[in-house]
Design a protein around this ligand. Structure first.
Ligand code: HXC
Length: 513
């Protein structure tokens, strides 16, 4: 018996060593933790239980029968983060560069299947040279098996991808389907085709970092929701993100203890400048409303004219969507519409109530916007809000003009409570533009057209650049003092806690993708 136990120990020791000490050293030299170190840091101490440590590949081509590593380049299992169950897989770059074989894929699929059945988040730590080249189409099949399960799991359990090394070719599509992608700066990249193929096809000279590094995807493409300085920060980011989320779509996020002794927030009274053309930072409004230091921003560097992220209100998780007047006056464009729509969809999947802070002058005009489909992308945002059944509260802090008024969680598309601050301006368009159109003849015939325009502008502004026309019609439920916003929201979300909306029966809607 003792020799059998020795054999077992020996096999597990081999599995723990991955591709061997030399390759582990190389991983460290590249400022990367190994797959096992990553899991150890991510999960609660001693909580990890490995599944499939003794799996090996089945390939015999290219002398592969003599190159066998237990675990086959991916460590899979389950454990806890802050006491809550999670499933995790970590690709092991020391084994065939973390490349994905048929059996490597089977291990990830097994994990995803289990996570869907049990209802707990899956975290993928990606660090891989892509499809195992020695296996050809079998590894491609393995990828597709994972993609399929990512889609089955979508909206059922939260799925988080960390990119902590290479992620190229079709491999990028698993992270792209998952809910959040976090990339590590300087050691990770994602692209469908690398720099050498790019050079051949388009004759562009571009480095890996520039083409698909963390900065590129966090700020230019939006593929990454966050970038982290190093492995440790990335894993900390995942832990923090999870704290705002429920385990699955049948639960609500865990409420944390929070002493409610700060409901009135005077700081909100001075956030918005007197001059309606002067920008201000919507982050000060957000901070003024939420529980202290509870904001976790998503897509911080991408489409900065809209802010999205998680926060807590009285200890409960909420999702925030807010126009940012500091960036392009908070206007809605192709990117900001997509960014917000995706976030709203996530919150709605996982029962996270939505707070929408509005200061929006309209949709961004121009050929770039039109040719890049602002119509379709704006419609995504409209669709996402309209379909969301979670509690939804809007606060108009200043401007709500044109179609953007409708789109930004207006009463008409299903918001539950709509508040406005006293300085809110809710109208078809700004007073100047409106006067130039509807009083065109009167102004052109006037002895002093400029003076007439100003007079008409004033008249229009007095009638419409306020929240009271909308309040008269019930489009705004209440005009509130800024300092009372937190109190109103705490009560409003508590009142809406048991909201249920049954939509019409259908297979699924057809969101304008
Ligand atoms: C098998 C691989 C591998 C792969 C790397 N290795 N990629 N083995 N299949 N795809 C092995 C190497 O042979 C080496 O083995 C070890 O991993 C480390 O690789 P290095 O090249 O020494 O490391 P580094 O210099 O850091 O470069 C890493 C790399 C490079 C940039 C990832 O290895 C590389 O370009 N690999 C190929 C990437 C690729 O073209 N993959 C296929 C993409 S197509 P030893 O034994 O020396 O340690 C694809 C399609 C997916 O993925 C489609 C899904 C639908």
């Amino acid at each position: 018996m003792s020799s059998k136990i020795e054999k077992l120990k020996h096999l597990y020791n081999l599995a723990r060593l991955g591709g061997g000490q030399e390759r582990i050293n190389k991983q460290h030299e590249n400022n990367k933790l190994t797959a096992r170190e990553r899991i150890q840091y991510l999960l609660d101490e001693a909580s990890f239980e490995e599944v499939g440590a003794l799996v090996t590949h089945r390939t015999t081509d290219f002398n592969m029968a003599y190159k066998v590593f237990y675990g086959d380049g991916v460590i899979t299992g389950y454990g806890t983060i802050n006491g809550r169950l999670v499933y995790v897989y970590a690709q092991d770059f020391t084994v065939f560069g973390g490349s994905l074989s048929e059996t490597h894929a089977e291990k990830i699929c097994k994990l995803l299947d289990m996570a869907i059945k049990v209802g707990a988040p899956v975290i993928g730590l990606n660090d891989s040279g892509g499809a195992r080249i020695q296996e050809g189409v079998r590894s491609l099949g393995g990828y597709a098996d994972i993609f399929y399960r990512n889609v089955q799991a979508s909206g059922v359990i939260p799925q988080i991808s960390a990119i902590m090394g290479p992620c190229a070719g079709g491999a990028v599509y698993s992270p792209a389907i998952t809910d959040f992608t976090i990339m590590v700066e300087n050691s990770s990249y994602m692209f469908v085709t690398g720099p050498s193929v790019v050079k051949t096809v388009t004759n562009e000279d571009v480095s890996s970092e520039e083409l698909g590094g963390a900065h590129t995807h966090a700020s230019k493409s939006g593929v990454a929701h966050k970038k982290s300085l190093n492995d440790v920060q990335c894993l900390d980011d995942i832990k923090k993100l999870l704290s705002y989320l429920p385990q699955n779509n049948k639960e609500t996020a865990k409420k944390i203890d929070y002493a409610l002794n700060d409901e009135v927030r005077e700081v909100l009274s001075d956030c918005v400048p007197e001059n309606p053309n002067k920008p201000y930072d919507m982050n000060t409004v957000i901070e003024g409303i939420i529980d202290t230091d509870s904001f976790y921003e998503i897509h911080k560097e991408y489409a900065e004219s809209i802010i999205v992220g998680f926060a807590r209100l009285g200890g409960r998780s909420i999702g925030i969507v807010a126009n940012q007047p500091m960036s392009f006056a908070g206007v809605l464009g192709v990117r900001s519409s997509r960014k917000a729509a995706r976030f709203i969809r996530f919150c709605d999947c996982f029962n996270i109530p939505l707070l929408v802070l509005v200061d929006v002058p309209g949709f961004l005009p121009g050929t770039y916007q039109e040719w890049n489909g602002i119509i379709t992308h704006g419609a995504k945002l409209l669709y996402a809000f309209s379909e969301a059944t979670v509690p939804r509260i809007t606060v108009i802090t200043r401007k709500a003009y044109g179609g953007a008024y409708d789109v930004m969680n207006s009463k008409h598309i299903g918001a539950d409570l709509n508040f406005a601050w006293p300085g809110a301006e809710i109208a078809v368009m700004g007073a100047k533009g409106a006067s130039e159109i509807i009083f065109k003849k009167e102004i052109s015939k006037a002895a002093n057209p400029e003076e007439k325009l100003m007079e008409k502008e004033q008249e229009y502004a007095e009638k419409f650049a306020n929240p009271y026309e909308a309040a008269k019609r019930g489009f705004i439920d209440e005009v509130i003092l800024p300092k009372d916003t937190r109190r109103k929201l705490l009560k409003g979300f508590a009142m809406l806690e048991n909201k249920i909306v049954e939509g019409p029966k259908r297979k699924h809607g057809n969101i304008p993708l």
